[in-house]
Design a protein around this ligand. Structure first.
Ligand code: PEP
Ligand code: MN
Length: 372
């Protein structure tokens, strides 16, 4: 059960103290408090852990400081959608809204290679009014002999250039606690010209110690990708690890499933799960068509498979697109063969607009027919 307290409820208020005293007396129930500082107000949620079946919603609703009460099922306690659950399905970060109704495009380099390529990429994003990107500094690679990313040495120029071109959020994978500290330090040293969404890659979806560390910090939101060969439920529980540690600014990423059945694509495109994740949880859903498809092949009419997969995800209501672009794919140090070229960006964006409009029309159609 979750008690959502009145906005700006504060631990020093007599009402708040009375509430906590009452909860402490409930037999077999322990509490966990999550306070989220927003721009305008602080929202506090108190999680009641234990056997809460005997507690009545009405009694709980009548306690001091309590605004709303939500009874939760066992699944995805914090991030799940529960019965009569009107908790938000969006969050703000660095001036950008991420929600189940919005669509943010993160086109960028799979891996940072040179300052020139980073600048060309960011300049193109600004020219197309995009304010988010992807830039990998820490790359988990299959072979120990492959390029592992420039690590912290590239962060100063990546962050400076992001500030120069008005980029507000960079998705950046981390594979170790030290990476989070390096990103925070570099951002501070640069004067925080941009923001970072920490990315948990598919190889680390069930790295529970990393999830706990990333979940305990509240400076950065998190994009967690679906795990390689595990069930959707297992991946959603991995996302719940982040939230159970305190960070519920989480986006869930679909990136295809590893199976030989995916051939000739790199992974089996799983974007039919976009509405499933939106139904089960309050997380915005990201699609990664680049790592799903993994090639630049195209259909007979000339549409790239990466664009086809993107359209499938967007028309199903995806909220974020993580996609590899490169100014010179043949020179990319990681995943050049799947990268779109910068001169393909306008085409890609127009194609997305068509799919998004179709999604909006489909959602409006539901309203039209449900009114009858
Ligand atoms: C990536 O986005 O750079 C990446 C490595 O993706 P994934 O974790 O989905 O393989
Ligand atoms: Mn890649």
């Amino acid at each position: 059960m979750i008690l959502i307290l009145t906005p700006n409820a504060c631990a020093s208020d007599p009402d708040y103290k009375q509430l906590m005293k009452h909860l402490a007396r409930l037999p077999g129930i322990s509490t966990r408090v999550h306070a989220e500082d927003g721009a305008a107000q602080t929202l506090t949620e108190v999680y009641l852990i234990g056997d809460t079946k005997a507690l009545s919603l009405e009694d709980m609703q009548g306690l001091p400081c309590v605004d709303r009460v939500v009874r939760i099922s066992e699944e995805y306690r914090v991030l799940g959608r529960h019965k009569n659950d009107s908790r938000p399905t969006h969050f703000d970060y660095n001036g950008v809204c991420f929600g189940q109704d919005t669509l943010n495009i993160f086109a960028g380099l799979c891996a940072v290679d040179t300052p020139e390529h980073v600048e060309l990429m960011m300049k193109a994003l600004r020219e197309h009014d995009l304010n988010c990107t992807r830039m990998g500094a820490y790359k988990p690679r299959t072979s120990p002999y492959s390029f592992q990313g420039h690590g912290k040495t590239c962060l100063p120029y990546v962050f400076d250039l992001a500030g120069k071109y008005g980029i507000k959020v960079i998705a950046m994978e981390v594979t170790h606690e030290s990476h989070v500290d390096e990103i925070r330090e570099s951002l501070d040293q640069a004067g925080n010209p941009t923001g970072v969404m920490l990315q948990i890659g598919t190889r680390n979806t069930q790295n529970f110690e990393l999830l706990k560390i990333v979940g305990r910090q509240q400076d950065f939101p998190v994009l967690i990708k679906r795990g390689f060969g595990i069930t959707l439920d297992e991946s959603l529980n991995a996302a719940e690890y982040l939230a159970s540690e305190g960070n519920s600014k989480v986006v869930f990423g679909l990136r295809g499933m590893k199976t030989t059945g995916a051939d000739p694509h790199r992974n089996f495109v799983d974007f039919a799960h976009v509405p499933v994740v939106k139904r089960l949880t309050r997380m915005p859903v990201c699609i990664d068509p680049s790592h799903s498809v993994g090639t630049r092949t195209c259909s007979p009419e000339g549409i790239l498979d990466v664009m086809q997969a993107t359209a499938q995800g967007v028309i199903a209501g995806a909220n974020m697109i993580l996609v590899d672009f490169h100014p010179a794919p043949s020179k990319a140090l990681v995943d050049g063969p799947q990268a779109l070229k910068i001169n393909e960006l306008p085409h890609f964006l127009e194609d997305i607009s068509i799919a998004r409009k179709a999604y909006e029309e489909r959602a409006a159609l539901i309203k039209k027919y449900s009114d009858k």
